[in-house]
Write a protein that binds this ligand. Structure first.
Ligand code: PEP
Ligand code: MG
Length: 370
């Protein structure tokens, strides 16, 4: 058994020596970040901050989104800020000295709204019993206004950040404050701020300007030298096709191949496994789901066009992938062939990704020299 362990460790070392791409992990908690480090992740490629807002905090975000006055909204934001500061401190500390790409909030809006049916019943019951509830009626009207037929194509990611004042800013401030406090303790925090669901460079520019100003504010307040890379997810076909322009405002691209697959194929990532897809696979229409392995002819082409155009605009643009494909062996070979800088996957897939990235580098080297 000892021999097997030694052989595996030798193999990993060999792969790590050959590997060109870095392997990072998708992690949202200090515990996951520590596990990812143990498994050899050289950073966090995707920290999904929406996961931090579940449970009791969901209600606070709901209050921020549905606030009737700026004061109500600010009170909610003030409640969230120390919680977020603690979240980011824990993760940055666990990944000390390594990049941590923190993605600003990206939930579908409905996850933070009260249930429409419950609210309608409440209002109807109040009216029927002769004591109408004005507040509940107002809330119902607002929730009806915001109700979306296609939440995954709606007020998500950067759109939510631009429409709800202060939400993204609170997160950027919490990141900067966390980094400043770790620097004061002699640590080496390396956050990168990532904007989700960008389709147009104007969206990214607006958030980038706000983020830079906020980081500068915290730097002045704390007397610390703070500067973090700001970049974007590329997860919509339009973003991929306008990569030249988007790279003007981004220091890195991270390919979100889950959404990019969904929007390129027009398949709902949440429904496809339950509907027509098993029949497609059974009948041999496809050999493998494009959500499992990169579709090199379609989604992959968008990724490679965007990578190429992005680099044309900005030579030092960092390129990574953080969709599920980042941990899929065949996809890793594809990402090596188009020279991405890193793949990011869930912590338990990190060892396999390290091995496969090593193999992919060898294969590509071989075919390059032929
Ligand atoms: C993606 O779309 O590939 C991605 C990583 O983001 P999420 O899965 O959180 O939508
Ligand atoms: Mg996505």
């Amino acid at each position: 058994r000892r021999e097997v362990v030694d052989a595996v460790l030798r193999l990993m070392r060999h792969a790590d020596d050959r590997r060109r791409m870095e392997v990072r992990a998708n992690a949202d908690t200090g515990e996951d970040a520590r596990r990812a480090r143990e498994l050899g992740a050289a950073g966090i490629g995707l920290c999904r901050t929406e996961h931090m807002f579940l449970g009791s905090r969901r209600k606070i975000v709901e209050r921020v989104i549905l606030a009737r006055t700026p004061e109500q909204r600010d009170a909610g934001l003030d409640e969230l800020r120390p919680l977020q500061r603690a979240d980011f401190t824990e993760i940055l500390e666990a990944m000390d000295g390594y990049p941590v790409t923190i993605r600003l909030l990206d939930p579908p809006l409905h996850e933070f709204l009260p249930d429409l049916t419950d609210l309608s019943v409440k209002v109807a019951v109040a009216e029927a019993t002769g004591s109408p509830d004005q507040d509940a009626a107002h809330l119902l009207a607002e929730v009806q206004r915001l109700h979306e037929q296609n939440p995954m194509l709606g007020m998500r990611g950067v759109r939510l950040g631009l429409v709800v004042p202060g939400l993204f800013q609170l997160q950027v401030r919490a990141i900067a404050e966390a980094a400043a406090s770790l620097l004061a303790r002699g640590l080496d925090p390396r956050p990168q701020i990532m904007v989700p669901l960008v389709a147009a460079v104007q969206e990214l520019e607006a958030i980038r300007d706000m983020a830079e100003a906020t980081v500068a504010e915290v730097a002045a307040e704390t007397g610390t030298d703070l500067r973090f890379p700001i970049g974007t997810m590329i997860e919509l076909p339009r973003a991929a096709m306008t990569a030249h322009a988007i790279a003007e405002a981004a220091e890195f691209f991270s390919f979100g191949t889950n959404d990019l697959t969904q929007t390129t194929w027009g398949f709902s990532r949440d429904d496809v496994e339950a509907t027509f897809f098993p029949a497609y696979l059974e009948r041999g229409v496809f050999g493998v789901s494009p959500f499992e392995s990169i579709d090199a002819d379609g989604v992959g082409r968008l990724v490679s066009i965007a990578a190429w155009e992005g680099k044309e605009t900005r030579e030092d643009l960092e390129l990574g992938v953080c969709g599920e494909h980042g941990g899929d062996p065949d996809s890793i070979h594809f990402f090596e062939s188009i020279k991405l800088d890193y793949v990011s996957c869930s912590p338990f897939r990190v060892p396999v990704a390290r091995l496969e990235a090593g193999r992919a580098a060898l294969v590509t080297e071989g075919s390059d020299s032929r």
